[in-house]
Design a protein around this ligand. Sequence first.
Ligand SMILES: N[C@@H](CCC(=O)N[C@@H](CS)C(=O)NCC(=O)O)C(=O)O
Length: 214
Amino acid sequence: MLKLYSYFRSSASYRVRIALHWKELPFEYVPVHLVKEGGKQNSAEFRKVNPMGHVPALDHDGFVVSESVAMIDYLDSLAPARRLIPTDPKKRATVLQITELLNSGIQPLQNLKVHKELEVKYGLSKEQIGDWTRHWMTSGFESLERVLEKTAGEFCVGSEVSSAECFLIPQCFAARRFNVKVEDYPLIARIDAAATKLAAFERAHPAKQPDTES
Ligand SMILES: N[C@@H](CCC(=O)N[C@@H](CS)C(=O)NCC(=O)O)C(=O)O
């Protein structure tokens, strides 16, 4: 039995929801509210699941793994049909390059705890934090657009869905929340439009989760 610790609006949780639906793996959804009561991710109970205090985390019959790249890799080993990380060395490296550009190069800079530190310790206003976040999102998207000029077909790497879309589509969702115009990046916008039409991506959308709030 698979159990996913998730928060509807969390872009990292959204990635793993896409992977689970892509592979049609049934899973139990365990909501972890990132805002209420100082954030349930910071509770002693949840820190036992993921000492980093991050969602998502995946529990497979008591085996717990965190970090969405590791989770998607684990799901590929568990259910190899509809692989998300290819085995061909060059395709694999390219897919992981894009995955990591999003995972390490952009997403951490928009994280709640990073924003809290900027506000509490460095006294930045909400507006300044918004500008700071948009700076990293837009510079990251500019770089990604250059990468995609060389790698993209219908999707990020040729014509097959991979972990690159599992990471890109949630990043586009987050970008819109911060008023970044995804349409300014034509390849990213085209891939976002193509992938969000797919059933697995629709099911994983933040608006459709058991803990969705308006
Ligand atoms: N590298 C991690 C990132 C996980 C992460 O940053 N999760 C965010 C939500 S998208 C979180 O739980 N943040 C809690 C906080 O900032 O307090 C992964 O890929 O799973």
